[in-house]
Design a protein around this ligand. Structure first.
Ligand code: HEM
Length: 297
């Protein structure tokens, strides 16, 4: 395998971890909100979910800096602390990465306060998460064109929508079902709150993703002729598959939650939905490192 392919793999793997962490963070906040609306769902495990998402983000953030250094220098020389510092401090990419790392650092500090001061800790933690979402597009294609505000806004909303849909589903399966202790009525109330959120968020993801694609692809023909366009088509197929499993969950599984085996069926179909979405995120992590046919790089 040549050095450039190796660099692309490292960059994409680090981006994948980061995006998983970001969607998870949004999911933690959205899940906490719907659980409070439902009431009677213990929220004890939610701070643990936040801590796990943050741990993943810390690994992803560090890995991205390492991978960027490898892509810049590592093809010719080994990645050293000095080279990493150079990329962080002396490059434009590094300056923007520092902003992302700073918002993550604030979120980590606030997470430590959640158990002692939840009343103002959670809203502050929400603001720090928004800062992470807002700074995420800074190191991507959103900065490649002449006007950056429109792509930045679209990508921010895209991330928020994806997190509110898939991140919340992840937290619901990982800790929401256990918190309900097999009580199908509580699970139904949670899922009833989650369904409209998922529907609205999936629509937001499709609209913002579609508009971003129009901005970046720069011509219908490029969808078949460029690697970027073809990878985007693959992503669209994965999105439609994820959405179909989501629709199955909504229309078929949700009404049967009270029946024997209903909660187990939700867990199974939700896991399938999340597995396909993780593959979609890996494809996205590859996509964002490909040259854009619409002009930028
Ligand atoms: C489950 C659904 C989806 C998820 C989880 C998802 C997730 C993401 C993520 C995490 C990013 C990177 C954002 C950033 O780093 O700033 C992204 C970018 C993008 N997404 Fe999606 N997305 C989804 C669906 C779609 C759909 C349906 C489209 C439309 C075809 C789309 C088009 C795009 C485009 C064009 C980009 C920008 C890529 C680049 O920077 O070159 N996405 N998406």
């Amino acid at each position: 395998m040549d050095g450039e392919t190796q660099a692309l793999i490292w960059l994409a793997a680090a981006k994948w971890l980061t995006d998983l962490g970001l969607l998870w963070m949004v999911g933690v906040l959205a899940f906490r909100t719907i659980s409070r609306l439902v009431g009677s769902v213990p929220l004890g495990s939610v701070p643990r979910q936040a801590a796990a998402a943050l741990a993943l983000l810390v690994v992803g953030c560090a890995a991205r800096l390492w991978a960027q250094t490898y892509a810049t220098f590592g093809l010719d020389e080994p990645v050293t602390g000095e080279l990493i510092r150079l990329v962080a401090e002396e490059t434009r990419w590094g300056g923007r990465w520092v902003l992302q790392a700073a918002s993550l650092t604030v979120a980590v500090a606030l997470a430590g306060l959640l158990p002692v001061a939840p009343r103002w800790g959670w809203p502050a933690f929400g603001v720090a998460t928004l800062a992470m979402i807002g700074t995420a597009p800074l190191t991507g294609h959103a900065m490649a064109g002449e006007s950056v505000w429109w792509p930045m806004l679209l990508q921010g909303l895209h991330l928020l929508g994806a997190g509110a849909w898939l991140g919340t589903l992840g937290v619901l399966l990982a800790s929401g079902l256990a918190s309900c202790r097999g009580d199908a009525v509580r699970v139904s109330s949670l899922v009833d709150r989650f369904s409209p959120l998922a529907l609205g968020s999936a629509t937001t993801v499709a609209v913002t993703g579609g508009l971003t694609a129009l901005l970046y692809v720069g011509g219908l023909g490029q969808f078949w002729t460029s690697t970027y366009g073809r990878v985007l088509l693959l992503k669209t197929v994965l999105f439609l598959t994820t959405a179909m499993v989501g629709a199955y969950n909504w229309r078929r599984v949700r009404p049967r939650l009270g029946a024997p085996g209903g909660v187990a069926a939700l867990r199974r179909a939700g896991t399938v939905e999340l597995t396909i979405a993780s593959v979609l995120l890996a494809v996205t992590a590859w996509l964002v490192h490909l040259p854009m046919p619409g002009g930028g790089h």
